[in-house]
Design a protein around this ligand. Structure first.
Ligand SMILES: *Cc1c(COP(=O)(O)O)cnc(C)c1O
Length: 386
């Protein structure tokens, strides 16, 4: 029995390998900073989402340790039983204030937040409309909700408007990445908000890659574009990227948050994150607000990378964010370039379908405030050579 299972699985794996779509994990022997230790070698890290360089910050680490001294390592239960501590409450309040929303709710991860929110807000008789290039967790949330699920063309308000006008009865939930995770471009949120307003639809924005990075104080894409709770009633952000810790949150009205507490299955049926993570994230939030220099430096590095990449004729995309994809001709070329870069000491993301549409395989290069100008120049050199 198990032999036939393994034979079947092996065949599928072989097929994936032949398509250049096989994924393998790289074992990293260090923490996440501007460099990583891989196979006994130190390589420059141009693939993490640690945009502000906070994943190894000593102040945050100290807060984490103090959190453990006070609360221990585990929460021991879900939020609705006994896992909801003062550390979680404090962080929720701080995140609400930071995003300018009445309330915020912590989730264990961004994936779980997206599954939980969409499932709690839309069901069989409703419609969920998503940008074609949304993150997998948003697409999965839409599919699992059992609502009528549709995708509109990437950043296309006209297509969305058409689909919304044709949608009859029930709730209409429109869902988009704020910063698109594999392309680095921004959703046209003011226009999307107008289209939603006109069609009586609710707008949910996943700001995983904007939170901490965009806006004057780092409050993300809604701060950068000046969008209030009427325009973006459902705001989601993650804490494992620019914030350097772990987890996610949803911010919005009192009614929204209470609805999620009652009905969001990925909130209810899981153990609350360790309170120490919340303590650490509160410390992280202080640094995100205070250390404007991290965003300034990041933006300088982004400009430097783009200018240099243009000079050597790389196929960049329309992105002003730390996500700088370089399109390749084929998935085989993605793997080849990725290996060559690794051999010369640079680790970048090798992104292929189904993470991105067929024919758009790419190197996903991410910049961080922890990088130096020299590192960016050296990466450009290595890219030029391969
Ligand atoms: C990373 C990411 C998520 C998932 O967040 P995790 O906390 O890593 O589970 C959700 N949405 C987007 C757009 C992301 O990039």
């Amino acid at each position: 029995m198990s032999n036939s299972m393994d034979r079947l699985l092996q065949e599928n794996l072989e097929k994936r390998r032949l398509q250049h779509l096989y994924r393998s994990r790289v074992r990293v022997d260090s923490g996440c900073s501007d460099q990583l230790s891989v196979n006994g070698k130190t390589v420059h890290n141009f693939c993490s989402n640690d945009y502000l360089g906070l994943a190894e910050n000593a102040v945050i680490a100290d807060a984490f340790k103090q959190g453990i001294d006070h609360y221990g390592t585990g929460s021991g239960a879900s939020h609705l039983i006994s896992g909801h501590t003062k550390a979680h409450c404090d962080l929720e309040q701080q995140l609400a204030e930071f995003t300018g929303r009445p309330r915020a709710l912590l989730f264990s991860s961004g994936y779980m937040a997206n599954m939980g929110v969409i499932g709690a807000l839309a069901g069989r008789s409703d419609a969920v409309l998503e940008d074609y290039l949304n993150h997998a967790s948003l697409l999965d949330g839409g599919l699992l909700s059992r609502a009528k699920f549709q995708r509109y063309k990437h950043r296309d308000c006209y297509d969305l408007d058409k689909k919304l006008s044709a949608s009859k009865g029930g709730r209409k939930l429109v869902v988009t990445d704020g910063v698109f995770s594999m392309d680095g471009d921004l959703a046209p949120l003011p226009q999307l908000a107008d289209v939603c307003g006109k069609n009586d639809a609710w707008l949910m924005v996943d700001d995983a890659h904007g939170f901490g990075v965009l806006g004057n104080s780092g409050a993300g894409i809604v701060e950068q574009l000046g969008l209030d709770i009427q325009q973006v009633p459902i705001l989601m952000g993650t804490l494992g990227k620019a914030f350097g810790t772990y987890g996610a949150f949803v911010a919005g009205s009192e009614a929204l948050i209470e609805t999620l507490v009652q009905f969001s299955r990925s909130y209810i049926y899981t153990t609350a994150p360790p309170p120490a993570v919340a303590v650490a994230t509160s410390a992280s939030l202080e640094l995100v607000k205070k250390d404007q220099w991290r965003r300034d430096k990041l933006n300088q590095l982004i400009a430097r990378f783009r200018a240099g990449a243009e000079q050597i004729g790389l196929r960049l995309m329309d992105s002003k964010t730390p996500i700088q994809p370089v399109l390749m001709q084929s998935d085989a070329q993605v793997l080849d370039a990725n290996q060559k870069l690794l051999d010369s000491g640079f680790m970048v993301g090798a992104i292929r379908p189904p993470t991105v549409p067929e024919g758009t395989g790419r190197l996903r290069i991410t910049l961080s405030a922890s990088h130096s100008e020299q590192q960016v120049d050296a990466l450009l050199d290595a890219l030029d050579r391969c």
